[in-house]
Every structure is written in structure tokens, then in C-alpha cells.
Design a protein around this ligand. Structure first.
Ligand SMILES: C[S@@+](CC[C@H](N)C(=O)[O-])C[C@H]1O[C@@H](n2cnc3c(N)ncnc32)[C@H](O)[C@@H]1O
Length: 213
């Protein structure tokens, strides 16, 4: 998602008090206290925040951390959802390449990867959010019963993710190559997902948990 520079983005993000977490490494191990929850969700690459906001309202006792590296997209997300932000919601406007510093062992219950950038060139595969390097970090940060939920329109990214997961100690719980063929009122539709649904394209989705060692 490329967006034109918005000169108001930085002051707007800075004016947002507690919701925008500038130094997530200082919150590691205390997210659940901070968001007053027992179940912590983290969405990487949250875009304009439809999923983050809708899911937080659907599950108001859970905590919801959105990670979005693009400053203009993050500011647009906050402006769009400004009047709806709950105390259980937080936004980190940083690149998730450093996510390993931000959460303690076992702190995350559900990790959401929604329509992540596919990085189709082989030489860029390490940037994919389901690359083994990221999975190593996710594994450490996920709780015992924790899970990863991934949705995408991109068959190549889906195949890559399935292989990476199975080669790195995750077992698949659910898999669909046309997730919205049936209603799923328990799961909000993201901005990108809505675009693909409007084009009648199938949504690939799978969930994984860690193998019992
Ligand atoms: C294709 S968009 C999808 C947005 C949203 N999840 C949706 O489904 O509509 C991918 C988003 O992930 C963000 N992103 C990509 N890599 C990221 C990273 N390493 N850390 C944080 N955000 C990232 C991009 O800036 C972009 O806004």
C-alpha cells in the first residue's frame, strides 16, 4: 500500500496519547496489563485498520495491537478510526522486522497476517512475513495454545506460507482456498479482502498452532 506523504501524519500520530506505542520494547511482558486483557492479538501490516477496529469491537475483552510500518497509512488508520478507539487497542508505527524485541516469550495468543505484501521475487523472500526468520520469532512469542491466522488473495504467498509453517514446527488447524464461500461472521473483512471479494476472487486462509514438542 503506497500512499502519498501526509505532512500532518507525524504530529497527528504524536498527539494520540496512549494508543500509539512509540517504544514497544518498553512494553514487552506487560501488554496484557496495559490493555487490560487476558487474550492478546497482534496484527502485522494492519493497513488502514478496518480489521483491527472491527475485531476489537467484536471482541472487546481481548487486546488488539496493530503494527503498521508506513507512517502515512498508520496516520490514516487512526484518523479513520479516531472516534472508535477502545482502551484495548494499541498501534505500533514501526517495521515488524524488530518484532522480536517487543513481546516477551509466550505473550501473544493470536497473530494475524492479513493480505501481507507477497514480495514475489525470490531474492526478496526474507521480507515475507511468513518467512522462516519471522516464524522463529513468532514461535517464541506465541503462547502454548497460540495460533497464527493468515489470509491472502495470493496463491504463491499462500503456498510459500504453508510450506514455511510446516517446515518450522507449526501444524495446520484449518485451511480454505475460498474462505468467504460460507459466512464467517466471527472474522472481520479487511480493506484488501473487500477489494478482492468485489472482484469475485477467492480468499485463501489458514490457521496454525505450534506442534507439541
Ligand atoms: C497489502 S497491505 C494490507 C493491509 C491490510 N492488512 C488489509 O488486509 O487490508 C499490507 C500492509 O502491510 C504493511 N507492512 C508490510 N510489511 C510490513 C512490516 N514489515 N511491518 C509492518 N507493516 C508492514 C504495509 O505498509 C501495508 O500497509
Amino acid at each position: 500500500m503506497r500512499m502519498r506523504n501526509k505532512p500532518w501524519a507525524i504530529p497527528f500520530l504524536e498527539s494520540f496519547g496512549e494508543t500509539v506505542v512509540k517504544e514497544p520494547q518498553l512494553v514487552a511482558s506487560t501488554w496484557k496489563n496495559r490493555l487490560n486483557c487476558e487474550i492478546l492479538h497482534v496484527e502485522i501490516g494492519s493497513g488502514k485498520g478496518d480489521y483491527w477496529n472491527n475485531m476489537a469491537h467484536m471482541y472487546p475483552t481481548h487486546g488488539w495491537v496493530a503494527i503498521e510500518k508506513d507512517r502515512n497509512v498508520a496516520a490514516t488508520c487512526l484518523r479513520k478510526n479516531e472516534d472508535d478507539i477502545l482502551p484495548t487497542m494499541a498501534l505500533v508505527n514501526l517495521d515488524a522486522k524488530d518484532i522480536g524485541l517487543w513481546f516477551a516469550d509466550g505473550e501473544i495468543d493470536v497473530l494475524h497476517l492479513n493480505f501481507s505484501d507477497p514480495w514475489p521475487k525470490k531474492g526478496h523472500s526474507k521480507r515475507r512475513l511468513s518467512h522462516a526468520d519471522f516464524l522463529k520469532e513468532y514461535k517464541r512469542m506465541l503462547s502454548e495454545e497460540g495460533e497464527i491466522q493468515l489470509k491472502t488473495d495470493n496463491s504463491g504467498l499462500f503456498e510459500f506460507s504453508c510450506v514455511q509453517m510446516s517446515n518450522n514446527g507449526f501444524i495446520c488447524k484449518d485451511l480454505s482456498v475460498d474462505y468467504r464461500r460460507v459466512d464467517h461472521p466471527e472474522d472481520a473483512i479487511t480493506e484488501y479482502e473487500q477489494r478482492f471479494l468485489d472482484l469475485n476472487q477467492p480468499i485463501y486462509r489458514a490457521t496454525w498452532r505450534m506442534k507439541d514438542e
